[in-house]
Design a protein. Sequence first.
Length: 433
Amino acid sequence: MPEPYAAVYTTIDASKERLWKIFPELAVPFAQCFANTLETTVQLLDDQTTFVITGDIPAMWLRDSTSQVTHYLPLAARDADVKRLIGGLILRQAKYILLDPYANSFNETASGQGHVNDQTVRNPWVWERKFELDSLCYPVALCSEYLSVTADTSVFDETVHLMFHTIVRTMRREQRHDRDSHYTFTREHCPPSDTLPFGTGTPTNFTGMVWSGFRPSDDACRFGYLIPSNMFAVVVLERLATIARDVYGDIGLSQEALSLRDEIRFGIETYGIVDHPKYGRIYAYETDGFGNYNLMDDANVPSLLAIPYMGYKPVDDPTYKRTRQFVLSTDNPYYYQGARAAGVGSPHTPEQYVWPISLIMQGLTSTDPVERRRLLQTLLDTTAGTGFMHESLHVDDPNSYTRSWFAWANSLFAQFVMNWIEQDAHEIDKEVV
């Protein structure tokens, strides 16, 4: 019998062999990061679903769990174990969204663990109930990629179908959050970034975009329309529409998803662009539809830096290029530079701490082989000798870092290395010769 997850370890071995020749110090960190999600965070459950913890927190985030397995997706067509893992994750995510589409993270069982003192609708399955628009987007992206790779429709049962309906219905409701939503969230005795002002967030004007209470960092939005997450929604709604039509024959849902996609995109392009005095027309990070804007970027994805990675605009789009210049400059209040690293951090972590995720995303959206190689070297040089990615690290002292076990960052690093080998292969081969 073949070894479990044979394709995963075959891929690791083949890539390590290549890396030993062209970038030897990258080989071992790549191998351990590629396997990290599988070896430390995955639980295959008896109900044929998959529970994936985020790392050092024993709960499953809809966002993180998707990102943690993305680098395994290309292997699902030829490895039954990988296919089972990801198919089971789709089913588990669908179950959770039907339990509460406003929650961002969940328990394996109805244990009641997590943030039990938050003032919001409580459910013993829910670890934390921060409404983050990207939490509804990532599961759709996972479904779409899984179907594209495997052509397997067996996982798309009625539970997943109902998940799609719930996602579209929730997004529709949150287009008019101030009028139609019953969602509230308050956390006492915490930093202001951990709770919503007034319990419902600051007021918003209708724009066509979807309201989000919190960012992918789990920090509260300053203004309710988080532009990068709405961009991600545009992309995944088109994919949802395709699945609804081709797999379920649900023309009504497909048309509704496309209509919602168009309204959100109109809102982004009409209300989400600012004339910056230095960079010209760039995307804002947040807006409220009343003319207020938050000009920044955060390391967590969706981000403005990640626009091409999400599939909203290509890397050569003029507005993205200008936005990228802003993001990777000190005009972005969360861009930090130091002796050992320079990149985007987050209000979620201390000042002068950059996130490996942002360095990886800079590399994944770069077309410059020199920049990509430099970023890989920076990532290698700032693991504090662990060979793993951390949540964040001090720009002058990589030994000062947050979260030693952060599987999302490890998986994204593995994806970056695989992408780098493929994209820059000709340049690499020239160097070897």
